[in-house]
Ligand binder design. Structure first.
Ligand SMILES: *Cc1c(COP(=O)(O)O)cnc(C)c1O
Length: 243
């Protein structure tokens, strides 16, 4: 088989076929886990993808997109079709860049410290806004990954919940890359238990509406494990080309 980087119409046809497959898989996994397809939020991870292609996916019905670099988000910002989709931030966020995205994104999924939440609060209040956030959990306890440790969750959530200008809407995680589906399920289960646990505590200013986990290789498993938001990149847009 020859490798071909599809361009033009081929590229769009691929995206359409991929989109339909993912939507079908979401529906199946939702039903198998006793939920409705519309209970699951499909967010497309759009790093390295040109706005033209992103907007094509939006024209197919995609409602959420997520970028993970501030610079890239800003450079593409004017071109996204944000009348028909909503833009979130899903990557590691430095405190000094918060200011640049407040008001541009409907949710920041990757809040991994009280300090970062404090800055989101400060910039949101300054702009008379309330920003939705998810707290990112480093469920695999990986050294090079962002996210809070499981055992810190109660304390950190309680501190973050005190801030004005933000609303905690749930948890997000990027589990370790695993060789087997069995291994990834362990992490998904842990996240789901945490999500349910925290929901049960009914903490002020914290609503556990979203459990964001599952990517191209494992989104069905994530949904079966209780995720209600998945973040899918390459399964929709094809392998990423870094320029
Ligand atoms: C890129 C990215 C994804 C999607 O990854 P794929 O494997 O391409 O589906 C999901 N979440 C985050 C935070 C990402 O940066």
């Amino acid at each position: 088989m020859t490798e071909r980087l599809s361009t033009g119409q081929h590229r769009l046809d691929d995206v359409r076929a991929n989109y339909e497959t993912i939507v079908e898989n979401i529906a199946k996994a939702a039903q198998r886990s006793g939920r409705k397809p519309e209970d699951i939020t499909f967010l497309a991870a759009t790093k390295t993808v040109e706005p033209e292609i992103i907007n094509y996916a939006i024209s197919l019905g995609l409602k959420k997109i997520g970028e993970n670099r501030v610079q890239e988000l800003l450079s593409k910002y004017d071109e996204y079709d944000l009348k028909n989709a909503d833009l979130q931030f899903i990557g590691h966020l430095q405190k000094n860049k918060v200011r640049q995205i407040i008001g541009k994104v409907s949710m920041i999924q990757s809040v991994d410290s009280v300090k970062l939440a404090e800055e989101i609060s400060k910039q949101s209040v300054k702009n008379d806004l309330v920003t939705d956030i998810l707290v990112e959990v480093n469920i695999g306890r990986e050294e090079n990954k962002s996210g809070i440790m499981e055992e810190q969750a109660d304390e950190i959530l309680a501190e973050i919940a005190e801030f004005d200008g933000l609303r905690v809407r749930g948890l997000m995680s990027v589990p370790p890359i695993c060789d087997s589906k069995q291994d990834i399920l362990k992490y998904f289960d842990k996240m789901y238990r945490m999500f349910i646990d925290i929901s049960g505590k009914k903490m002020d200013n914290i609503s556990m509406d979203f459990l964001s986990m599952g990517m191209s290789d494992d989104y069905s498993e994530a949904i079966l494990s209780g995720a209600n938001m998945i973040r899918v990149g390459s399964a929709l847009f094809g392998a990423r080309v870094y320029r």
